[in-house]
Design a protein around this ligand. Structure first.
Ligand code: NAD
Ligand code: ZN
Length: 353
């Protein structure tokens, strides 16, 4: 079992290990003063793990109430946000009680935002059940809901008091959902860790605990230096500028992980073609993505992608900061003027044979 301390404005541990879901209640006990625990889950995660979570927190002395949302991105809505706040108020939760988010990034983001607002903030625990949630959304304190104008437009920076990741849950994910998370894992390798790249090659399933721990440490380190997303944290966006364009152009039919995989390959090929990184980086990025059935290119034109990227909310004045690979396990931030973005997307578009 790995225990990783995250030292943001509120410090907490990320605990990672096989079969540790049953220890949830015991781990929560010293952290939560209240006696009521609201479990928020989607229909899938509730039916798979709800019983085990209820048993663990009940045996640690907590009373449980449960709110279940339908699975899927549409559930990260303002309507569910309000409905859950009302549910917590009706069940008379106090500021010393807690929320347990049992699910992927949708449940985690929504629950975290609810936790940040209910009574101006109550403790919450993340129990990520997807690989993406384990290595990405459950660490870093970004919480959000979607508005009709776009994704993640309302939210808060709010840290959990504990994050528990049972790697047995992640190992048993449907292949497709596992692959989506692997795109983010490959991302961590590409920006900061040769070790992650090597571990993936040795066997992602066999080395899952170490891989997740390494990714969490990388995100922890980046986030501790830039908790409120003003600079360094942008490194975590490797592949994400093209990915966001791909997601939007596909009408969100292409999943985030698949879009990120294609986006990383586009950026790696562009960097290599433009002489900005070592030779072989693009081939390795493609090879890692292919190994999990992830795409390495997309059908959209560079022109269409640039148009979407230019309207991105994260765009700073006078250009975009792109994450560009430099060598194995190292990428750098590069501010690119608007007129040069097309060069990257066009240069990286062609898939290598
Ligand atoms: N807060 C952040 O920093 C951050 C970072 C990245 C992504 N996100 C957000 O995360 C969300 C995506 O997260 P996600 O990919 O986990 O999506 P998700 O929560 O929708 O989960 C994907 C699907 O997997 C199912 N599922 C979850 N656990 C399962 C399990 N163990 N076995 C079988 N099925 C399971 C879910 O029911 C769902 O249908 C997006 O809303 C995105 O905006 C947030
Ligand atoms: Zn991502």
């Amino acid at each position: 079992m790995e225990r990783i301390r995250v030292a943001t404005s509120r410090e907490y541990d990320v605990v990672i290990g096989g079969g540790i879901l049953s220890q949830l209640g015991e781990l929560m006990k010293p952290l939560i003063k209240g006696r009521t625990c609201a479990i928020l889950a989607d229909d899938t995660t509730s039916s798979l793990f709800g019983e085990a979570v209820r048993a663990s927190v009940s045996s640690a002395g907590f009373k449980t109430v449960e709110y279940i949302i339908p699975h899927g991105e549409e559930s990260k809505s303002a309507e569910n946000f309000i409905a859950i706040l009302n549910f917590l108020a009706e069940n008379k939760l106090t500021r010393s009680d807690c929320i347990v988010a049992l699910g992927g990034g949708v449940v985690g983001d929504l629950s975290g935002f609810v936790a940040s607002s209910f009574l101006r903030g109550i403790p919450f625990v993340q129990v990520p059940t997807t690989l993406l949630a384990a290595v990405d959304s459950s660490v870093g304190g970004k919480t959000a809901i979607n508005l009709s104008a776009g994704k993640n437009l309302a939210g808060a920076f709010y840290q959990p008091c504990l994050c528990l990741c049972d790697t047995d849950i992640i190992k048993n994910l449907p292949e497709d959902i596992f692959a989506d998370g692997m795109a983010e894992v490959i991302k961590y390798g590409a920006i900061k860790s040769v070790r992650v790249l090597e571990l993936i090659k040795l066997g992602a399933y066999e080395n899952l605990e170490e891989i997740i721990a390494e990714c969490v440490r990388i995100k922890r380190d980046v986030v501790s230096e830039d908790e409120f997303d003003t600079g360094l944290r942008q490194l975590l966006n490797f592949g994400h500028t093209p990915a966001h364009a791909i997601e939007k152009l596909s009408g969100f039919e292409i999943s985030h992980g698949k879009a990120v995989a294609a986006g990383m390959c586009i950026m790696a090929r562009a960097a290599e073609n433009m002489g900005l990184c070592d030779k072989g980086i693009a081939a390795e990025t493609e090879e890692l993505c292919r190994a999990f059935g992830l795409p390495t290119s997309c059908v959209f034109s560079p022109e269409a992608m640039v148009e979407v990227a230019m309207s991105d909310k994260k765009r700073g004045a006078g250009g975009i900061t792109l994450v560009v690979p430099k060598t194995r396990g190292e990428s750098v931030l590069r501010k690119v003027p608007d007129c040069e973005i097309i060069e990257f997307f066009a240069s990286g578009a062609e898939e290598r044979k």
